[in-house]
Design a binder for this molecule. Structure first.
Ligand code: PBG
Length: 330
């Protein structure tokens, strides 16, 4: 222990006596540099669609991307994450739309890179769930999610997104061995500077509900994702996942969901000293937002929660509050 004095010589309240003093002695803080904003994309023109259970989050058609992206830019949010709502008619068993160079994500990347150049980073999920008719992240055979066969497709999906101009490839599928394969393929095609943010520690969670609604995979999901996403009872296993992904070439790792997993964020940061990101997922967003809407809690709860991620050791947080919070703390 480092406390050297004792009461009444030592009064810990002294440093808390005024706002300026509290600011001076604070151990962590939240700025817009710490935020990553997810954006949902939908087909069509001039669209801004509401999402059930995610108040104030919308799906935008590509021509409407500036409605949200200009805000992110204005508030100096460093990166956005693109998620597609795929037309159900384009979904199939193998998720082949993932490899269509004119799919929503590819068109959105091209649009953003053309209009905004390198002023803001783009991150894209690598996984098949927005494209499969069964809602799983990988290929399926007799109710089994195939690992190695899926990785082959994920490598292609990653290369395609890199080719379109994606800055950060973010595999969120939890297949074994995909980071190494993706890194190798990217390097071979000379995408040496494309970063990999591995969702290394992704739990099979009930907090993803509203997201699945947002990307339209909710009604489609057959069963659960427990054979590939982690068991929420486990912590040590997270270290094994992270160490594996670092060896395979991950530049940054993600822990997901967020608030119930602060212990994991802290443990990963302390053990590996690499950039750790956290994902405050859709269910967390909805809970907070509904509480605020009903007047049970206020917006400060959002800042408090996001600062808690920083205190635990997160470098940045993916959050549907990014634009709203950046405005609040500006
Ligand atoms: C897809 C993916 C999911 C989320 C991000 N990417 C859902 C899932 O794995 O079922 C969840 C995000 C959220 O709930 O906000 N691989």
């Amino acid at each position: 222990m480092i406390i050297t004095g004792k009461y009444p010589n030592l009064r810990l309240r002294r440093n808390r006596k005024a706002d300026w003093s509290r600011r001076l002695t604070q151990e962590s803080s939240l700025s817009s540099n710490d935020l990553i904003l997810p954006i949902f994309i939908v087909d069509g023109k001039k669209k801004k669609q509401k999402i059930k259970n995610m108040p104030e989050v919308y799906r935008y058609s590509i021509d409407n991307i500036p409605l949200i992206l200009d805000k992110a830019l204005n508030y100096k949010i460093p990166m956005v994450a693109i998620f597609p709502y795929t037309n159900p008619k384009l979904k199939n068993n193998s998720g082949s739309e993932a490899l269509n160079e004119n799919n929503l994500v590819c068109r959105a990347i091209r649009y953003i890179k053309k209009k905004y150049k390198n002023k803001i980073g783009i991150m894209c999920d690598v996984a098949l769930d927005p494209y499969t008719s069964h809602g799983h992240d990988g290929l399926i055979k007799k109710n089994e999610i195939l690992n190695d066969e899926t990785v082959e497709v994920l490598v292609k999906q990653s290369l395609l997104q890199a080719e379109m101009g994606c800055d950060v490839i973010a595999p969120s599928d939890m297949m074994d061995g995909r980071i190494g394969k993706i890194r190798k393929a990217l390097d071979k095609k000379n995408y040496k500077n494309v970063q990999i943010l591995s969702y290394a520690v992704k739990y099979a969670s009930s907090f993803y509900g509203p997201f699945r609604e947002a990307v339209g995979s909710k009604g489609m999901l057959k069963g659960d994702k427990k054979t590939y996403q982690m068991d929420y009872r486990n912590g040590i296993e997270a270290l094994r996942e992270v160490s594996l992904d670092i060896k395979e070439g991950a530049d940054m790792v993600m822990v997901k969901p967020g608030l119930p997993y602060l212990d994991i964020i802290k443990m990963v940061k302390e053990n590996f000293k690499i950039p750790v990101f956290a994902y405050q997922v859709s269910g967390e967003y909805s809970l907070l937002m509904n509480g605020i809407k009903k007047g049970i809690i206020n917006e400060n709860c959002v800042i408090e929660s996001l600062t808690a991620f920083k205190r635990a050791g997160a470098n940045a947080i993916v959050t549907y509050y990014a634009d709203k919070v950046a405005k609040l703390i500006k």
